[in-house]
Design a protein around this ligand. Sequence first.
Ligand code: FAD
Ligand code: DLZ
Ligand code: SF4
Length: 510
Amino acid sequence: HKILRLVLGDQLNSNHSWFQEKNDATTYVLMEVRSETDYVQHHIQKIAGIFAAMRNFASELTAKNHHVLYIKINDENNLHSFEKNIKQLIELYQFSYFEYQLPDEYRVDQHVQELCKTISIPSKACDTEHFFSERNELATFFNGKKTYIMENFYRMMRKKHHVLMEGDKPLTGKWNYDQDNRKKLPKNHVPVQPYIFNNDVSEIVTEIKKAGITFIGEIDEKKLLWPINRDQALQLLHFFISECLGYFGDYQDAMVPNLWSMYHSRLSFALNVKLISPLEVITAAVEAWNANPEKISYNQLEGFVRQILGWREFMRGVYWAKMPEFAHLNYFKYSNKLPHWFWTGKTKMNCVRDAIEQSLHYAYAHHIQRLMITGNFLLLAETDPDEVDQWYLGIYIDAFEWVELTNTRGMSQFADGGIVGTKPYVSSSSYIHKMSSYCSTCFYKKEVKTGEKACPFNSLYWNFYNRNENLLRTNPRIAMMYKVWDKMKSEEKTALLSQAAYYLKKVNEL
Ligand code: FAD
Ligand code: DLZ
Ligand code: SF4
């Protein structure tokens, strides 16, 4: 028996049972392929980060005496797809058995299943041993329901995995501390500097350029700041636990110009490529709270646990329940192009400019920037969800379709008509002003609704409700907004709608 095992670029889990026993009959393969670098235009830090992490992982396996094949992007015999390379290797080395871990993306899952049908040797799929939930667990849990309520799923997960529980009751008696977690950053509060790495990936960047891969974004190739091995991922986790967790919940939704990561963990990349597991992240957070409840209050801890045990698992479950249809949903039937300046950051809107510039610079924006700044704007600008997905899937270091699509098309764009969330996340300037300090230095005036310097969020917001009245008015969570709209004088409505029409027409000049 000669076994070939495929390890994908987001399956770098050294604690996987595969690697616990060394076996001379087993060979692992990792490959850098154009099918993965080119399915969307990625940020250069994302491609370089994944290649670097893959190469480190392969070296670690080799150092532990596993047999490893590694196909680099410019290798002569590289056929640039998982299927073609696997077939070639089976021929070349006469493997008699093929194994793979369940891919997290539908696209890759389909490819690998097809491959297994066309090779002449037996094959087997294994679990990635990473997530708390099974691929289809959410679908089973919500069987028959139209809307999936995250909170219900989260509570089930808390009970099932005994996280923050006392018997079958939530610790402290309360499940959810979201209400406490919406503070603006106080004026004199200076958050800790982000903990970053200085990874030299210049060789990899040279290879990426030589291969002719097109990419977006900036990179300091001698100082890639993202963790690219397990040790670095653990360091980042420990930094988060000791310096950030104590403020995490409080300032989770806060935004400040130039503070690009605030108290966020920036663990999403390490988690998504499986350098660390959600279980060890949650365990470390709970232990830190146990050891030091004065420094880390319970609402911070619960807020963090909910993101990982709740939202992350929930999004994955929705993805597998609703693919492949989900990728084509367009509830509002929007068809506008993405504004050009999404690729440059050159807009006069201060909040949007900052979010885009930092995304190009760091391949990262924190959740509320993605949801309430860029996502909010694109929804109000009636953007084609396909265009929105391409941008989010390419630009973020942590973007993999299973979590990008559900967050973007679902939560942010409401293109699913309310599977992921119960109402669209849109806002006028008042929410942005409440949660940030962008407005005071903006070209646009937050309190102005029409005319030259009117903040675009204001008129576009009312335009959104007006245009989608048929789809939204009956939603009880939105009824209030229609009451306000109904009470507005008709001249005011007309002025708002014509301002919105003007901005939509001139969207590339905002
Ligand atoms: P923290 O704020 O420190 O949160 C801790 C962890 O919780 C994250 O690392 C992540 O694993 C998890 N988490 C938090 N919120 C979510 C969520 N909504 N869905 C899933 N996991 C969550 N996350 C991705 O991992 N990949 C994506 O491609 C992605 N695309 C997004 C697109 C949009 C439009 C929006 C609104 C959100 C998206 N998110 C995505 C979710 C979230 O914004 C990121 O997980 C988070 O910003 C990553 O930064 P962090 O590690 O500092 O998170
Ligand atoms: C995102 C990505 C990129 C850019 N390149 C590779 C690659 O060359 N080889 C690889 O194995 N994986 C890569 N990835 C991550 C894959 O897209 C990821 O494995 C799939 O999302 C799995 O479903
Ligand atoms: Fe953003 Fe409007 Fe505030 Fe400017 S005024 S920062 S565009 S919300």
